[in-house]
Design a protein around this ligand. Structure first.
Ligand code: FE2
Length: 222
């Protein structure tokens, strides 16, 4: 018999050019920011710090946004999107030991993702789940060792220097940080973000499904 796999859920990964250098530069900035601004209350639980979501407008993080845009342009090519991506928002996360992120999706975005700055051992992996409602209604009993594409949930360890991007509608969460390291050696530090498709020459969002003014939803362009 023949088979097709339809409606795929792409999960993209890419290393930045010089992970050690970039992370050495980013970490002190984020650490200082976490001392200055109170945590937002979002998906972070167990005492983790979630920065304000305007990180994409802060000049000091340009070396990272450049890397994110480069990957997003590759995704646009691979996924057949045009004309170009806009970075809607971006924020830093510090998961101290004992903290985690509840399962969630990212409404009003097309591509979401994460970049890892610090990921000590046992500091928690991200998991993604089958986003389709149908297959989750009655879960079939199946043999062990089924192919990866048929799994219902997948756990990805955090890798320092790696960017990961996926459709914003993919349910995901982050396990609890169970690092035994003392002080900042035990921190799990990452940056999350949302991209959305924008028009070629205009500053506003031009998704085909909606029309939002720049005052409602500013985006960083590149
Ligand atoms: Fe998320």
């Amino acid at each position: 018999m023949n088979r097709e796999i339809l409606f795929p859920t792409p999960i993209y990964f890419k290393m930045v050019k010089d992970p050690k250098k970039l992370n050495k530069y980013l970490f002190p900035h984020i650490k200082a920011w976490s001392k200055k601004d109170k945590s937002e209350k979002k998906t972070n639980a167990g005492g983790g710090w979630h920065s304000p979501t305007d990180m994409n407008f802060k000049k000091e993080y340009k070396p990272l946004t450049d890397e994110l845009f480069a990957m997003q342009h590759e995704i646009f090519k691979d996924y057949g999107m045009q004309p170009r991506p806009g970075l809607g928002n971006m924020w830093a996360n510090i998961n101290y030991p004992g903290s985690y992120n509840k399962q969630h999706i990212h409404p009003n975005a097309q591509w979401s993702g994460v970049y890892y700055i610090k990921a000590p051992k046992k500091s928690g992996s991200i998991w993604v789940e089958d986003p389709r409602p149908g297959p989750n209604i009655i879960l079939p009993r199946r043999v062990k060792g089924i192919p990866r594409a048929l799994w219902r949930a997948v756990i990805y360890p955090a890798i320092e220097g790696q960017m990961m991007m996926f459709p914003a509608w993919v349910p995901h969460g982050v396990e609890m940080n169970e690092s035994k390291e003392k002080g900042e050696k035990g921190w799990r530090v990452s940056v999350s973000f949302n991209f959305i498709q924008v028009a070629k020459n205009r500053q506003d969002v031009a998704g085909t499904h909606r029309n939002v003014k720049v005052t409602d939803f500013a985006v960083t362009l590149k």
